[in-house]
Design a protein around this ligand. Structure first.
Ligand SMILES: [Mn+2]
Length: 321
């Protein structure tokens, strides 16, 4: 497969001067595409020249069944280099507004509390520096979402709504002795935000009781997602004006995304998911996005490509709103 980027000798796609990363006189050799999201180069791949910043956080400490989410961000970024930049659904090229990819953030090992505190501080500084830019974080396991949601909740004047795509509620107070487990990601922020969770199908009794006694938690089960589009408006109607999207890829059916720690049968499909996302980006102010729990499987690259395309679809919807 040929990378679908334009002639590397052509000028920068964003119109600015081509970023010179190679020794003078050697930039016409057949180099691979840069290792950032979509393989972009030029001014539209720099922090200043980009409206979207991708923050890879390959943190993995507590995944319970299959591991490998530490390899998620790199697999998503590698696959993204083969995505068509033109998006026929919206008839435009969302990459033209620039996408910068940070190096991976390496958090403290061995101490979950320390790592999560470190991420909260780092994420806070990134969004501060980002200003009006869109920040999209790639996990890693789902525990990376709680510090990011906490930061965004503090920054919002309105009460923040979290739209959670997930097979699981992640509302356990503790799991295997830790409050920082991926299974507790949303419990740690549920006092600060409203939660709309969609695609649920692996829930503990403790979690459903917590959800039932809290009007701030809306649950939409996988069976509803599988039976027509009524759930899409139900989900959107429950969201406030400001929305954080946390996308655990185990939301998808394992026939589409088997590459995750706890693949549950009966998950979401591609097009209805895009219909909900498009509606949310069109009708709400999305403050930030994360995509988590992708654990790439050697030799199976379709899920890497799907998750990369999901990220690019969101960038596209977001950059129109
Ligand atoms: Mn999950």
């Amino acid at each position: 497969m040929t990378p679908n980027r334009p002639d590397p000798a052509a000028p920068s796609r964003s119109g600015g001067a081509r970023l010179r990363l190679l020794p003078e006189g050697l930039d016409d050799l057949p180099w691979e595409l840069p290792r950032g999201f979509l393989g972009l180069y030029g001014a539209g791949a720099t922090p200043e020249g980009s409206d979207t910043w991708i923050l890879p956080v390959p943190y993995e400490a507590t995944t319970s069944f299959g591991g490998g989410t530490r390899n998620g961000p790199q697999a998503i970024i590698d696959a993204s280099r083969y995505i068509e930049l033109y998006d026929h659904e919206t008839d435009r090229d969302p990459s033209l507004s620039g996408i910068y990819t940070f190096p991976q953030l390496e958090l403290a090992r061995g101490n979950a509390a320390e790592a999560i505190a470190e991420l909260e501080a780092a994420y806070g500084r990134v969004v501060e520096e980002a200003g009006d830019r869109r920040v999209l974080m790639l996990g890693g396991e789902h525990s990376v979402s709680s510090p990011a949601i906490a930061v965004q909740a503090r920054r919002c004047e309105n009460r923040l709504s979290v739209l959670q795509f997930d097979a699981h509620l992640d509302l356990r107070a503790t799991f295997e002795g830790s409050p920082y487990s991926h299974a507790c990601a949303l419990a740690r922020v549920m006092d600060q935000v409203d939660i709309v969770a969609v695609g649920l199908r692996g829930i503990s009794q403790e979690e459903i009781e917590v959800a039932r006694e809290r009007p701030s938690v809306t649950t939409i089960m996988a069976e509803e997602v599988a039976s027509g589009d009524a759930w899409i408006d139900q989900a959107v109607d429950r969201l406030g004006e400001d929305v954080y999207i946390t996308f655990d890829v185990d939301y998808f059916d394992p026939s589409l995304v088997p590459s995750t720690g706890t693949p549950e049968p009966g998950g979401g499909e591609w097009y209805p998911t895009l219909r909900l996302l498009r509606k949310v980006f069109e009708s709400r102010r999305v403050v930030a996005v994360d995509v988590v729990e992708h654990a790439p499987l050697p030799g199976l690259h379709a899920p890497d490509f799907l998750v990369a395309k999901l990220v690019y679809k969101m960038v596209g919807y977001w950059s129109r709103s």
